[in-house]
Structures are given as C-alpha cells and as structure tokens.
Design a protein around this ligand. Structure first.
Ligand SMILES: [Zn+2]
Length: 444
C-alpha cells in the first residue's frame, strides 16, 4: 500500500512540475522545497505506520505461546556449596546458603540425621535448592570417594551414606618435541603433573636440559581418575616410550608384591640407576628449558669440563647419587662448592651455589635426590646457574655421556607376570600409535 502511495506522490510531482514549467524560476524553487517537505513527511508517516504494525504482530505471537494451557517452565534447581570452617554448624551453614529454616529443622529431625551430627572443618556441603529456598538435596562430602546424602520426601528427608563411582580411563598422548619436552607436551594437552612424572621416570636416562633435540618424541598412556562422571585427578603413567635422538627408552609401571609400584624397562631392569642425569629438577629449570630460548651461559671456569643448568636463584640442587660429602665451602672461581664421593670411582662436583643446605657437612652421608644446596652465582658466574661435573677415577667425564650402573632388577618370581603386563601395555601403545598415524594419513 505504501509503495503505491509513494509512486502516486511522485507522479503528482512530475505533473505539477510540468504545469509549473512556465512559472518564474524563483517561485518554482520555493514550491519544490515545499513539495519535498510534504513528501518526506508523508514517507516518515508511512514508515512509522509499518513499524507499529510489525510490533503488534510480534506481541500477538508472544502472548499466544505464553497462554498455551498447562505449559510450565522447569526452573533447574540452584546448586550451592560451602566449605566447613571453625565454629560452623549444619544450621548456620544451611542458613547462610539461604535454605528455609523450616526445612533445616525438618532435616535435623529426620531419621538417621545422626549421620550429619558430626561435621568436620575442611569438609564440604553441597546442596540443591529451588528459588523458594526449599532444600531438595544435600551432599556432605567427606572425601572424593564417599559421603552422606539427604533427599527430600514429603515431610522429611531420607539420609544415607553414599559411595561414589570411581572409574579409571586410559589416555594416550603422542608428542613430537618442537621446543622442549615440557612446552611441547602442554601444547598437546598433557597435564603438568603427568609431564613431571614423565621427567621423573626418565630422569635416570635423560637430562631434559641438555639431551633433548627437536624432533625427539614420546608417547604415553596415563590414567585419568573419574568420579561420578567427572574427571578428578590425573593418575599415573602406565607406560612411556621416549625417543631421544637415536635412543629409545621404555618404562612400564608395575605393582610389586610389596604393594609398591615401580617402573621397569622391557628387560625388567628398574629405571632407577645409581645416578640421576640432572642435579636440578626439570620444574626448576629456567622457562622449563625451551630449546629455542636456551640460555647462552658463559662458562666462567677455565677449561670447562662440566655442564651448566640455568635456573632461578634459590632453586634446590639435588645429589645425583648416594654418597658422602667430601667438600663444602667457598673455593675461588667455583664459588660455594660441594663435592660428593659416591664410591671409589665416582665423584660429583657442584659450583656457584647461593647457599648450602643445613645438612650439607663434610663427612655426612647423602641420598640420591636429597637437596644439598641452592642455585646461585657465587664465584666467577655472570648469572644464577649450576655448574656440574662428573669425575670417574679422578678424571673429568662428560656427565651427559657417562654410563651409569643399574639399580636392582625385578624379582625373578615376578618377572613372568611382569612380561605379560608390559607386553599388553606395549601392544596398546602401538595400537594407539597405529591409529593416530592412520588418521593423519587420511586427514591429509
Ligand atoms: Zn659451567
């Protein structure tokens, strides 16, 4: 309708212009302005009219649907939780969460409410309530596995103990190292705790600061602990395969008869060895040792015969093997220095320490992994780092190349079972790898 009206206006204008062609110019101009004004006003009126129409239609359809008989929106219950603090009682907590007082009293007067009489600081209470403050459900969470639940009945609550459903799910990851073992793992969504475990398991074979090269890779199967369908924690690594340059390290977790778990290679040798590869834990290495950001450490000791670890001042330094403290004091360019004698053949040396650990005294015994001091820059050092040396039979040896003696292998009584367990895990690992490669081929 409005379209016809507008074109009609224009036709009228054209005719008027024709008629007025003979009038003096001044007059035509004034008339034109007047006409334009009239047309624009009528156009505006049209627009307003159409908009009004649309609004009313919209309102109509809305009121229609909301008037449908028996239609009710289900409001989901409100979920709230509180951590139990000192001087809290069940009443004060539920009151604070906004539960109706009559419901709290109903809960306390319910049968088996004695289960809820002892609440402990640090435990958690989770509730489901509606917008009226009515308590629908309550969970008293004792630990991740169990607790007490209360469910609303007509005029009381049924209270009982519950045990959560715990599942373990195997997760497979395959990582090709681009920057560092740690950073590349994070990029593939390997959890931090799993990466630290991987560094621990391989810590006797690989120095993650110096040994890793771009293109190295690892594949792992680890467990995720799922409780009531929700992932709660990342569990242990079951198997790891680490390809470091031309070497392959496989470690399999095995539950020993003595109720402990240890990692072994495929021959049943414990991955633990007499010496750790690195005296500084991966978690303390500067920027988790990114290959592209490797610190250019200036070797300040003449005829450099060791390896350097860039780490923040104060990072703990660990003894790489069991032994006895041979030397622990300030010594020239080495700064604060520690020497450990491990056997007749092996001595390790640590330089530039900020401080010694209070237990580091000459003649005292140390255990592998024990903190002996802290990273610093004493002596001839430009920045905080640890200089580490490995001496065999009094000679400097490259700590990255020295072969370490093995720790005790798996018991002969358990070796057959271990072979089965490790073979199964190895098969699973290669199946996963096969599937991933196939997917990559098809994915282009
Ligand atoms: Zn050095």
């Amino acid at each position: 309708m409005s379209f016809f009206k507008v074109s009609f206006d224009f036709m009228l204008v054209r005719e008027l212009i024709n008629v007025l062609k003979n009038f003096p110019r001044k007059h035509i101009f004034t008339l034109l302005i007047g006409l334009i004004l009239i047309i624009s006003i009528s156009l505006l009126g049209n627009i307003k009219f159409t908009e009004k129409n649309q609004y009313s239609e919209l309102t109509k359809s809305l009121s229609l649907s909301s008037l449908t008989d028996g239609y009710q929106i289900d409001i989901p219950p409100i979920e709230k939780e509180a951590l139990i603090k000192r001087n809290d009682s069940l009443f004060t907590i539920l009151n604070k969460l906004g539960v109706l007082q009559e419901d709290i009293i109903k809960l306390i007067n319910s049968k088996e409410s004695s289960l809820l009489s002892k609440i402990e600081v640090g435990d958690k209470i989770k509730i489901l309530m509606n917008d009226k403050g009515e308590l629908l459900k309550l969970f008293y969470i004792d630990d991740i596995k169990s607790g007490i639940q209360a469910e609303r009945n007509e005029d009381s609550y049924s209270i009982s103990k519950y045990v959560s459903k715990i599942e373990k799910v195997k997760v497979f990851k395959n990582v090709i190292i681009e920057d560092s073992m740690y950073v590349s793992g994070l990029k593939e969504n390997v959890p931090d705790s799993v990466l630290m475990d991987l560094a621990y398991i391989n810590g006797w074979d690989i120095d993650f600061t110096h040994d890793i090269r771009k293109g190295d890779s690892y594949s792992i199967i680890y467990e995720e602990i799922i409780i009531n369908g929700e992932k709660v924690i990342d569990g242990d690594i079951l198997i790891s395969e680490f390809n470091n340059r031309d070497k392959k390290f496989i470690a399999v977790r095995y539950d020993l008869d003595s109720n402990t778990s240890e990692y072994f290679n495929l021959d049943g040798q414990n991955v633990k060895k007499a010496f750790l590869r690195s005296p500084v834990k991966l978690s303390y290495i500067s920027s988790k040792y990114n290959l592209n950001r490797r610190h250019p450490v200036l070797h300040t000791i003449r005829a450099h015969k060791g390896v350097d670890y860039a780490a923040n001042k104060g990072s703990p330094i660990r003894a790489t093997g069991d032994g006895t403290i041979l030397f622990a004091e300030y010594n020239g360019g080495c700064g604060n220095e520690i020497k450990i004698k491990h056997s007749e053949d092996y001595v390790t040396r640590y330089c530039h320490l900020d401080k010694f650990s209070s237990r580091t005294k000459v003649g005292r015994k140390v255990k592998q992994g024990q903190t002996i001091g802290y990273v610093g820059s004493t002596g001839l050092a430009t920045g905080p780092h640890l200089h580490y040396e490995f001496h065999v039979n009094g000679k400097h040896t490259d700590p990255l190349k020295v072969k370490f003696p093995n720790a005790s292998p798996i018991n002969s009584s358990e070796i057959n079972n271990y072979r089965k367990v490790s073979q199964n895990l190895l098969n699973e690992l290669s199946n996963y790898k096969y599937l991933i490669n196939k997917r990559e081929v098809y994915g282009g």
